[in-house]
Design a protein. Structure first.
Length: 263
C-alpha cells in the first residue's frame, strides 16, 4: 500500500531543487514538458547501445564483440532514427567504435566477463516516507575484487564532475543496501566524449551512509517550500523552462525588457 505522504526522490530531482527551486517547480509540480536537447538524445542512444552490448555477455554469450556491438548499434539507430541528425549519428558511431576498440584491447579489466549488470534500477525507502530511486549504468567486479559502479557522461565540460560526487555517493548507498559487508566501493564517471576517461573515487561505508541524512534534509526542504524562487545563472540558457521564467530570460539577455511591447 502506497504512503500518501511519500516523497519520491532521485539524484536528478534532488539536484534540480538544489540548483533552482523554480526549475523544480516547473518540472515536478507543474510537470511542464521538457525539451529534447541534443546531448540528452546522444546520451540515451549511447546508454542503450552499451547496455545492449554488455547484457548478452552477462547472460553467457560467447559471440565476438563486433557482432554484438553491431546488433546493439542497429537497434539503437532504429529506436532513435527520427530524433537524430546525420551528424549526431556520425558522432555516436565514432563513440561506439572507440568503446569497441577499448573493450577489445583492455585484457586486464576484461569487461565482457567482469560486468555484473547494466542499467540496474533501485528503490530505497528512507525514513519511512522518502522513496529514493535511480538507475546505475554499469556495475562490474574489478580485478582486485572491488565492486566498481560507473555512470556514463556525454558532457563536453568535465570540470564540474571532479567536485560533484553526490550522484556516485548515492549509487554507492544503493549498492551498500544489498551488500552491507563491503569494506569499500569504487565509483567512476566515464566521459564518453573525452576518450572514455574515468574520474574515479573510492567510497567507504561511513561516508556513503551520510548521503541518507542529506536526502532526509532535502526532503524536508522540498516539503516546506512554498515560493520556489528562481536562481538565475549563466546555465539558464540551457534550461527547459526558460520561456516561462522572467528571471532566467533577464539573466540570458539583460538588454531586453521582458513583458514590455517593443515597437
Amino acid at each position: 500500500m502506497s504512503n500518501q505522504n511519500e516523497l519520491r526522490l532521485s539524484v536528478s530531482k534532488t539536484k534540480t531543487f538544489i540548483d533552482c527551486k523554480a526549475k523544480y517547480n516547473y518540472a515536478y509540480n507543474l510537470k511542464m514538458p521538457k525539451k529534447d536537447w541534443e546531448y540528452h538524445i546522444i546520451g540515451k542512444f549511447c546508454h542503450k547501445v552499451l547496455e545492449d552490448f554488455h547484457n548478452p555477455y552477462i547472460n553467457g554469450s560467447t559471440d565476438p564483440y563486433h557482432v554484438i556491438m553491431l546488433q546493439a548499434f542497429k537497434s539503437a539507430v532504429a529506436e532513435y532514427k527520427n530524433s537524430m541528425t546525420l551528424e549526431m549519428k556520425k558522432e555516436c558511431r565514432g563513440l561506439i567504435d572507440q568503446y569497441l576498440r577499448i573493450v577489445s584491447e583492455d585484457k586486464k579489466n576484461n569487461l565482457s566477463a567482469n560486468v555484473l549488470s547494466c542499467e540496474k534500477g533501485f528503490q530505497i525507502l528512507i525514513d519511512g516516507d522518502i522513496l529514493l530511486n535511480g538507475m546505475i549504468d554499469r556495475i562490474q567486479l574489478d580485478s582486485d575484487n572491488i565492486i566498481h559502479l560507473a555512470d556514463y557522461k556525454t558532457t563536453k565540460n568535465k570540470k564540474y564532475l571532479t567536485e560533484d560526487w553526490f550522484q556516485l555517493q548515492t549509487y554507492c548507498f544503493a549498492i551498500l543496501q544489498d551488500n552491507p559487508n563491503l569494506e569499500k566501493i569504487r565509483a567512476s564517471y566515464i566521459l564518453l566524449r573525452h576518450d572514455y576517461e574515468y574520474i574515479t573515487r573510492e567510497f567507504y561505508p561511513e561516508e556513503i551512509m551520510k548521503v541518507k541524512d542529506k536526502y532526509i534534509s532535502y526532503a524536508d526542504q522540498i516539503r516546506k517550500e512554498k515560493i520556489f524562487e528562481p536562481n538565475p545563472t549563466h546555465m539558464c540558457r540551457f534550461c527547459d523552462f526558460l520561456d516561462h521564467c522572467e528571471a532566467g530570460k533577464q539573466k540570458v539577455n539583460p538588454l531586453v525588457k521582458y513583458g514590455e511591447v517593443q515597437w
